[in-house]
Design a binder for this molecule. Structure first.
Ligand code: ZN
Ligand code: ZN
Length: 595
């Protein structure tokens, strides 16, 4: 009897102590208080109480101090065999949410499994999230194995995070698709994860394709799906599809979150309708810095430098502090519009006024700006004074400028240095070969070509995409795969005849000099953009604007030809190349031959 009473009192005291610890943790709002509560936990003899310890870990995690909790939770004298899955899940989740310690989520997952605590369906989403952040495919595969072993491979939530995980691990996209295809049930999150995964790895056509399947499956997309689809449109330069997505969002009444508005703005800006982007931007409430930079970037790409600068100033005026991304857009605006003095001033204001340390990309933008404007010496001096090591991209920009502006000796010596540090980068050899061609050193040029062949190097094939009736067509140089290819080549011939009449002279010297990125083994008139334009002329009514997207920089000859085509056929032609937009109209281009 007496013992029973004692036990009852003991239990009551214990519950009281437990409640008091939980209340203290509930009210804890600073890391400094954690150690006091810890002492209290020890004093109350609750160091093995899973409820208190779980709450402790959760509180520490909220205060971004999970290390503090785990250091005593898993210290040598802790009784971890008393811990349950809730406690482990809390610790694993906390580490999965950190930016640099995601691997510890995996460590504690291993402690959990080895200590015979069974993981449950809430464990795996966190573990997989950590794997996604680490991006290690083999690690992901091994966790996938445990998911199957413990029988959670039919759980939709677990599978969704698995799809996402594989999409985040280099080369894992096929595994993601396999998991996706084998899922017993798909919800909108599953579709979004897979569609977003394709966008992430740059498989934009697959992403659009899957979105169509999602519609056919009758699953209603949400705003997250739409952000991914829009980003695929942006990547493909598919303006018509993008417009359709916009009307679909309206029709379905999908919530227009700030992210979705930003995605729409970015799509219009990068698919060639920067005025529509501006309009959406003006009507948007709750703009973020991303909204501003999307429009600034868009204007920069279209060569509307002064407007980009005005918008940047307006942004500062409204109290939004620019970040390094905004400066990148601004500097590229200066570069694409030849505003060298303004660019220099803004560049120095980055540090002096806004305390933003320029990254290599900003230095690259400045070098690009000097080079485009023909200030090769200034570019070279600027590189020498840079506080960080110039990367090969910066060096190649300078070399191209040396080539274009006749500084051949300088170009030759820089290229040779670059080849020594990057012997397997084919574009370095192309640059050197072009310099020798311009110097008329044909023997040296031939040697470089031979060296490249020996190393088995090949150029990236040029390709152009065009959208017609919601379908995306892709042409590669010398393409004969299209069903209309006979008509297309006849059209190319006709274009050539009409352009010549109007005064066009093919830049044939380029075939010999190969100063461009694209392989000249195919004659110039088979370049993919010419094929795509011919295809558009054949299949669209007179006067319809033509929009194409090229994967490389447009070559000099195609640029000149497109100017003539715009005049002869009275078509507005919008070309997005790897660097920027070209609006061709009446024989002129918006880049003012500056690209
Ligand atoms: Zn070309
Ligand atoms: Zn142009």
């Amino acid at each position: 009897m007496q013992r029973l009473v004692k036990t009852a009192i003991f239990t009551a005291n214990r519950r009281e102590a437990e409640q008091s610890c939980l209340a203290l943790l509930q009210g804890c709002d600073a890391v400094s208080k954690l150690s006091q509560i810890h002492a209290h936990v020890l004093k109350s003899g609750l160091q093995n109480n899973p409820l208190v310890l779980t709450k402790f870990a959760a509180t520490a995690s909220d205060l971004k101090a999970i290390d503090y909790a785990s250091s005593f939770l898993f210290s040598g004298d802790a009784d971890t065999h008393l811990y349950d899955s809730f406690l482990f899940n809390t610790v694993i989740r906390a580490y999965a949410q950190t930016s640099h310690e995601k691997h510890k989520a995996l460590c504690f997952y291993n402690v959990m499994v080895q200590g015979s605590v069974l993981p449950n369906k809430f464990t795996y989403p966190f573990v997989l999230k950590a794997c996604a952040g680490i991006g290690d495919l083999n690690l992901g595969k091994s966790v996938h194995g445990s998911v199957v072993k413990f029988g959670f491979d039919a759980d939709v939530h677990v599978c969704n995070t698995m799809v996402h995980m594989y999409c985040c691990c280099g080369g894992g996209i096929e595994f993601a698709r396999k998991v996706f295809d084998e899922m017993p049930k798909l919800d909108s999150v599953s579709w979004s994860a897979m569609i977003g995964g394709y966008v992430r790895v740059g498989w934009s056509t697959d992403s659009v394709e899957l979105f169509r399947e999602m519609q056919m499956a009758g699953v209603k997309p949400d705003e997250i799906t739409m952000v991914s689809v829009l980003s695929a449109c942006t990547d493909l330069g598919a303006l018509e599809l993008g417009k359709w997505v916009e009307s679909y969002i309206e029709k379905e009444g999908i919530h227009k979150s700030v992210e979705l508005c930003n995605a729409l703005i970015d799509m219009f800006a990068k698919c060639g309708n920067v005025d529509k982007a501006l309009k959406l931007f003006r009507n948007m409430s709750g703009r973020t810095i991303v909204s501003w930079t999307s429009v600034i970037d868009g204007l920069a790409m279209h060569g509307r430098g002064m407007e980009a600068i005005a918008l940047f100033e307006e942004m500062i005026g409204t109290g939004v502090a620019p970040d390094d991304v905004a400066f990148l857009g601004l500097l590229s605006a200066c570069s694409h519009s030849g505003l060298v003095e303004k660019g220099k001033r803004y560049f120095s204001s980055m540090v002096e006024k806004f305390q933003i340390v320029p990254k290599i990309e900003h230095y690259g933008c400045m070098v690009d700006m000097f080079c485009r404007a023909g200030h090769v010496k200034e570019a070279s001096e600027f590189i020498q004074k840079m506080p960080i090591e110039p990367n090969p991209i910066v060096m190649r920009t300078l070399i191209s400028a040396c080539h274009a502006h006749g500084e051949l000796k300088l170009g030759e010596s820089i290229t040779k240095q670059l080849i020594r540090s990057e012997p397997m980068q084919e574009s370095n050899y192309v640059l050197l070969s072009n310099i020798y061609a311009k110097m008329n050193h044909w023997d040296k040029k031939t040697k470089i070509r031979e060296a490249m062949d020996k190393k088995g190097m090949k150029k990236i094939p040029g390709s152009t995409m065009i959208e017609l009736d919601h379908e995306i067509y892709e042409f590669v140089a010398g393409d004969k795969s299209h069903r209309q290819s006979k008509e297309i080549y006849e059209m190319v011939e006709e274009m050539g005849r009409k352009m010549k009449k109007a005064g066009y002279v093919p830049t044939t010297s380029e075939v010999l000099l190969d100063i461009n990125e694209e392989d000249k083994e195919d004659a110039l008139n088979r370049h993919s953009e010419k094929l795509a334009i011919a295809f558009a002329l054949l299949n669209t009514p007179p006067g319809t604007p033509i929009r194409i997207v090229k994967n490389l920089r447009v070559c000099d000859d195609c640029h000149s030809a497109t100017k003539f085509i715009s005049k002869v056929y009275n078509r507005e032609i919008v070309v997005r190349d790897r660097n920027r937009f070209h609006h061709f109209k009446d024989g002129m281009c918006s880049c003012r031959d500056f690209w």
